[in-house]
Every structure is written in structure tokens, then in C-alpha cells.
Design a protein around this ligand. Structure first.
Ligand code: F6R
Length: 366
């Protein structure tokens, strides 16, 4: 049932080229520059006039929400707020009939996310679901939705469900942009053509597995680990840190790289590994100076870089290459080596990778 892999988590990491392909099937038309989302089609008109989107989710799904915020604001030019479902439901949030709430949940059963949906629904908002488990509770509570189609995820730590959520949110962002006319046909053709190649690029990113295993051996006895990223790389850093703490029990934190100097820099010494998303995107030069700041304090740098990078290689202690991609698609690729890194560290520490202590696959309690 694990298909020759030692753990479900590893199997699910390797399934990602396929699960993302499945998620896009019948939804993107690269040559025509067109996105079709049957699940929210009925709301196509409404999407032309919305003022605001609120995303609610927990854990890894919340991280996917942050990527969604980046993409929707960038392409559809609609303001987005991303909320922890548990915080949102216990406040007195301002919600109106004009709002669209997107609830993201792999299991479709998370209690806090369900309660947030019910509250927003009562206040008249339109609710879209982004769920993986077909027929679960959340899709039944929402007005419309888009399934992620990642297939069953058995490992407690979410991997392929996360990248499928990010893929669906990418499609939703493009769909909204299409409805609002904030994107040209030519740009859409370009973006969808690139998106269509992402499964192959993920396949290539997976080829670093052996190298990552070697790096994991160097990191396995660390007590702490910092993850840094900027722009769409910031949610990737948060997700990398969450994965590591969940399955290896190493304390890890994700930070926007520029925030390092406002506090976390105090933690850096020769025992502190810092994982940096340092791909060739808009913030490349800035991230390079963050790496210099870490090295000046003798921190150990593991950088996720774009294939062929030479500059970061000169500074970082370890580098893992990923194929080149636009900033929009960076999270789909940069997440892969971080999933493998936590997996191998956890295995080397003899942790129960598929069923980490104290965690459950679906959190049906508040
Ligand atoms: C992390 C993880 C959890 C879930 C969270 C939300 O690997 O699995 O953080 O992401 O409990 O669960 P869903 O998406 O089922 O609502």
C-alpha cells in the first residue's frame, strides 16, 4: 500500500507531479489562455464585483491561504485577508453579503474551520471551499467549491494536499483575474503554459532526494532551525518550519527574511541552521544580504536556489537547486526540498514519520 516507499509521507511527496497534474486536468487551457472552474461557475458574475476575499483555514492549509493571498492580489487585484479559522470565529469580524470567504481544508472536517464558515454564512457571505476529501463536511457547508483531487493523504503531515491547495488557489486567482479583466490574454497564455510545466519541474526537484538525505544527516542533531523567505517564499518558509517541527520535533520557526534583523538574528550562532529560500526572483539581491548577515554570525546556511545559481553557492554552506520558475509558481517548487528535508531528518531521528506524537489527521475538536 506504500507502493515500495518506507512511509506514506515519502510516497505522497513523490506523488506530487501526478497529484498536481490531476488537480489541473480539465481546468486549464494554456493555448487559449483560459481557466475553467466548474465548481464556482455559478458565481462567475459575482466575482466581477467583489471588494474583498477572506481566506480561513488552519495549519498547513492556512499557509496555502497565504500563497493564495499573494496570487489573488497580484493577478485579480482583489484585497485578501488570511485568517486562522480559530481566531476569526471568536472575534466579531466585519463580514457582509459582498464578501467571498474561501475555506481551505484537506480533511474537510476541521472544527474551527467549520465554525468560521457557519459564522460567515450567517452574516451573508458567499463561501467557497477548497477541500481534498470528497463528500466531507465542509464541502456540504459551502455554497460552491473546487476540490483539490490530490487523492487520499495518509501521512499526518500534509504534503501533496498542500501543493494541490496551492494549485487550486492559483487557478482561482487566474479565474478571478479572467472574470475581472485584470490580466491580458497573452499574459494568461504565458502563465498557464508555465503552470502546465510545473509537474515536470517538481519531478526534477525530487531528483535532489539523495543530496537532501546527506544534508539531513548534518542537521539531524540541531535543536532549532530558522526558515526564511520573502514574497511568495515566505509561506514556504512557514510551511518548511511547520513540517520540521511536526515530524522531527526540532524547534523551527519561519520568518519573512527581512524580519530577521528585528529579533531572530539574536538566535544565530554556529549551532543555528538557517534554511533560506534564495531563488532568482524579485527579492534575490535582498535575500543574498540576509544570507551574508547569517554568515557573519557563523550561522549554517542551507539555501534553496535556482538551477545554475553561482552567487549564493559562494556563501551558503549547502545548496539545493530547483528548476527556474516565476514567483507565482515558486511555492510549488520550493516546498518540495523542504518536505524531503524534514522527512529525512525525522527518519534519521527515528521518529514516527507518518504518525507524529500528539497529532491527528483531522482535528475535529476546537
Ligand atoms: C500540517 C497539518 C495540519 C493541518 C491542519 C488543518 O501538516 O496537517 O496543520 O493542515 O490541521 O487541517 P485541514 O486542512 O484538514 O483542515
Amino acid at each position: 500500500e506504500k507502493g515500495g516507499f518506507d512511509h506514506f509521507m515519502l510516497k505522497e511527496i513523490y506523488e506530487q507531479p501526478r497529484s498536481i497534474r490531476d488537480c489541473m486536468r480539465g481546468r486549464i487551457y494554456p493555448n487559449e489562455g483560459f481557466v475553467q472552474l466548474g465548481g464556482i461557475k455559478e458565481y462567475a458574475e459575482k466575482l466581477k464585483n467583489i471588494d474583498r476575499i477572506i481566506i480561513v483555514a488552519c495549519g498547513t492549509s492556512w499557509h496555502a491561504g497565504l500563497v493564495g493571498e499573494y496570487l489573488i492580489e497580484e493577478y485579480a487585484r482583489i484585497p485578501v485577508e488570511v485568517e486562522y479559522a480559530s481566531e476569526f470565529r471568536y472575534r466579531n469580524p466585519i463580514i457582509t453579503e459582498k464578501d467571498v470567504v474561501i475555506a481551505i481544508s484537506q480533511s474537510g472536517e476541521t472544527a474551527d474551520t467549520m465554525a468560521a464558515i457557519e459564522m460567515a454564512k450567517e452574516k451573508g457571505a458567499t463561501i467557497f471551499g477548497v477541500c481534498n476529501v470528497v463528500g466531507s463536511s465542509i464541502p456540504r457547508l459551502t455554497h460552491a467549491g473546487v476540490y483539490t483531487h490530490a487523492g487520499p493523504e495518509i501521512g499526518v503531515a500534509s504534503t501533496k494536499a498542500f501543493t494541490a491547495q496551492v494549485t487550486v488557489l492559483t487557478l482561482i486567482a487566474f479565474y478571478m483575474a479572467q472574470q475581472k479583466g485584470t490580466i491580458t490574454k497573452a499574459k494568461m497564455v504565458e502563465l498557464l503554459t508555465e503552470l502546465d510545466l510545473i509537474p515536470e519541474k517538481i519531478q526534477r526537484a525530487l531528483e535532489s532526494n539523495d543530496l537532501i538525505k546527506e544534508i539531513a544527516a548534518k542537521f539531524k542533531d540541531s535543536r532549532n532551525c530558522l526558515f526564511l523567505g520573502r514574497g511568495s517564499g515566505f509561506p514556504v518558509a512557514l510551511e518548511g518550519a511547520l513540517k520540521l517541527k511536526e515530524i522531527s520535533y526540532i524547534h523551527a520557526e519561519g520568518y519573512p527574511a527581512a524580519e530577521m534583523k528585528h529579533g531572530p538574528i539574536a538566535l544565530i550562532d554556529e549551532e543555528m541552521p538557517v534554511v533560506v529560500i534564495a531563488t532568482k526572483n524579485s527579492s534575490y539581491e535582498k535575500v543574498i544580504s540576509n544570507i551574508q548577515e547569517v554568515k557573519a554570525r557563523k550561522g549554517i546556511v542551507l539555501a534553496i536556489v535556482t538551477e545554475g545559481d553561482t552567487e549564493v553557492k559562494k556563501m551558503a554552506d549547502y545548496v539545493i537547486e530547483i528548476p527556474d520558475a516565476s514567483e507565482a509558481f515558486l511555492p510549488l517548487l520550493a516546498t518540495i526540498p523542504l518536505q524531503l528535508l524534514s522527512y529525512h531528518i525525522a527518519v534519521l531521528r527515528d521518529c514516527n514519520v507518518d504518525q507524529p506524537r500528539n497529532l491527528a489527521k483531522s482535528v475535529t475538536v476546537e
